[in-house]
Each structure stands twice: as C-alpha cells, then as structure tokens.
Write a protein that binds this ligand. Sequence first.
Ligand SMILES: Nc1ncnc2c1ncn2[C@@H]1O[C@H](COP(=O)(O)OP(=O)(O)OP(=O)(O)O)[C@@H](O)[C@H]1O
Ligand SMILES: [Mg+2]
Length: 444
Amino acid sequence: MKSILIIDDDALIRRTLSARLAKQGFDVRTAEDGESGLKAHAEGCPDLVLLDMRLPDIDGLDVLRRIRERGSRSAVVIMTAYDDMKTTVEAIKLGAFEYLVKPLDHVALDLTVSTAFQVKALEEKVSYLVEEKKKEYTIDAIVGRSAPMRAVFKLIGSVANTRANVLIQGESGTGKELVAKAIHYNSPTRDEPFIVINCSAIQDTLLESELFGHVKGAFTDAVCETKGKFEIAGKGTLFLDEIGDVSPNLQSKLLRVIETRDFMKVGGERVLKTEARIIAATNQSLRALIESGRFREDLFYRLQVVEINLPPLRERREDIPGLASYLLEKINRELRKNVSKVPPEVMKILIESPWKGNVRELENALTRAAILAKGDVVLKENLPLEPEEPKRFSPEMVSLEDVEKDYIQHVLSAVKGSKTRASQILKISRPTLDKKIKDFSLEI
Ligand SMILES: Nc1ncnc2c1ncn2[C@@H]1O[C@H](COP(=O)(O)OP(=O)(O)OP(=O)(O)O)[C@@H](O)[C@H]1O
Ligand SMILES: [Mg+2]
C-alpha cells in the first residue's frame, strides 16, 4: 500500500486530508509540526509527503531540506499560501515535486497526488534500467581468459579513469563497441551520455551535420537548428565507429576539434567547445590506410593515444567454451528459453569453427540453435556451420609428417583398406606401408 505523510499544524486540514486520502486506499500518517514530521518520516519512509510551509517550530523549507539530505526518495508536495511565491520557488529548487495553494482545492489535490505517484514510478523504473544498463557493461560482461583478452582487460582498467582518446582495432564482431562501453561505464563520467556514431553508414555531408549540428537554413533541409553528437555527448563519451571510412575533408575537421576542442555547427559562426572523450574504432588497418594516403597520420596519432587491439576469436579458441555459456545465458534470458547444455561433440565444433564473424557470429549461431532447440540441449544439426578445414593444411601449421599421415589415410580409405593398391598408388613397398600404418596408428 502506498503511504502518505501529512505535516501540517492545522488540525482540520490534517483530518479532512487524511480522511479523503485514506478513502482512496492510501496508508496515511499525520504530524502537527516539523520535528514530529521528520521523526514520522524517518520511521515510516512514506512514498509521498504533503508538507505545509508554515509550521510552528521549524520552517517547512528546512523540513524539506532535511528530508532531501537523508537521501530519501519520498516525493514532496508543498502546501503554501498565495503570497508565498518566493518560498515556493525555493522549495521547487530543493526538489519538491509540486505545490498546492491554500485553501486547498480537493480536485487539484487528487490530481497532484496521482501524478506524483506516476512520476515516482517512472523515476524508479528509469533508475532501475540505468543501473541494469551499467551492469551490462561492467568488465564482467566481457568474457575471456586468454592471454590477449587479459591484456585487453588491463588496458580497459588503466584507461577508464583517464580522458585519453582510445583507438580500438579489431575484425568485425570482436567486441569493439562492447569494450568502448566498458571504458565509458567504468569511467568517472559514467552517468554522462555514451553516444555512438557510425561513420561509414552516413553520407559525408550528413555526417558533418550529425557530428557538429547545423544552424537553421545551413542547407535546403535544415529547417531548424540541431545539436551535433559532439554537443549531445557533453562530458560523456563519443564513440566514432568505423573511423577508417571518414572522408579526408571530415578527417581534417575532426583533427581540428580534437586538437582545439573547438567546433562550429554547419553554417554557424559561433564557436562551441566540446568536453567529450573520444573513442574511435575500426575494422580496417589504419596504418595501411595511412600508407595508401587515405587516412591522415596526424589524426591517427591524436586518436591512438591508447590503442586496444582485439584479437580475432580464432586466435583465442580457449575463450570459446566460456563465451558459449555466457552467450547462451544471455540468449536464454532474451528468448525466455532454457537451452544450457552443450554436448562435448558440439563444443568441439564450436571450438574448431573458423568464426570469420568472430563473437557476433558465435552469438548468432547459438541464437539460432536455441530457437530451434526442442529441449535444453544445443544440437549439432542446429548449428549452421562446419568445423574449419584441418588446421594442418594451413601454411603456418604444416608439418610434413602430418601431411604424410593424412594423405596415407586418405588413400587407404579411397581403396577401402587394400594395402596392395595403396602401396602401388603411393609408390612405396608393402613393409614400408605397414610400418607407416603402425607408426601413425592409421585406421584401415
Ligand atoms: N568478449 C566478449 N564477451 C561477451 N560478449 C562479447 C564479447 N565480444 C563480443 N561480444 C558480443 O558480440 C557482439 C558483437 O560485439 P560488438 O558489437 O562489440 O563487436 P564490434 O567489434 O563492434 O563489431 P563490428 O565491427 O561488426 O561493429 C555483441 O553482442 C557483444 O555483446
Ligand atoms: Mg561495432
């Protein structure tokens, strides 16, 4: 039941208000002065306080101040006289939700009380969601125990508390945005905005106005003035995704804003300042783009005060089991399913697959398997993939012995185990073939 505390020295008001509100189903308490009101507030933690501004012992404003100092979440509605606008303004500044003028209009009272509860419910929901969002981007939300990932965690930890610009490089789906968010949500400005802009998805002229905003009339469609991402980010983080795709013209504008912190809206004349921290990401090699003259070297060094390189998943396969169970948990929450078991042969496929799309591809594959699963097991047939070609055929891992073993096995299978045929094809003697079959433990 929602609770209301009425603090007023007028016995008639206390009586009529509490009767009216109790009839509406609220749990109502009353107090006749400031001190007893504060005591009742501490004991009952009411959802709403109706507070008279003129009390016999202490000023209503002081009562409000002390309620706020307690860090209480009670909504406070003040009751005041017409000639007391100064106090009212002061009370609203101190965080009072609304004011009611005496003599009280009961319809206005009912409306204010119900609005206060609605706003309070919304505020609680928003602050819950904000906290949940923050949890998603704690370091725990990034899975990985492999040596390269441990190095990444260390970098996130040491860079989060600084305002240094960060450049995150890695193939598609390796977690660049996740790392950018982890840096932001672990930084002292975590309550400020985290603004993402994908530089490759927007055409050049539009990108400029997205970044810096534009004034009214700057171009044909500029019907009203807009804020750019640099302004919206405030003291928070601006995440420039796919920075490698920015045109030379915009590269020089970005360089200027990073160097001077000054910028102007498109078509504008006023110089604005940005305090945002910049994190840029790319799945291209900026060094190669510099070599070919497509990316400014000076901008690169400005962006890459700290560089984080995210390794592709195929270079940290030991992270796959941990990632699979983390991602399955996440997928189950989203899909309201309970697909949690990964049989060893399925895990083997997951570990050995090429994962060209990295963690995102793994997540998509598991999502599909979870949707198709009838029970709680990830089934092999629901995975849209084949294990990678045996690694021994990739140039960096070739060993002559492995190739020989594989090829002899291949020939033996092709001739259905006939050693005579196999030795003819391989042009080796029977005893040599026998020895190789034994040494390599081949199957016939
Ligand atoms: N180490 C990790 N632990 C947990 N989840 C991860 C990890 N890396 C990536 N993911 C998940 O994989 C998905 C892709 O990650 P993200 O969007 O950060 O990748 P990206 O590098 O920005 O990709 P792209 O280059 O395609 O934009 C997201 O759902 C993210 O949560
Ligand atoms: Mg991304």
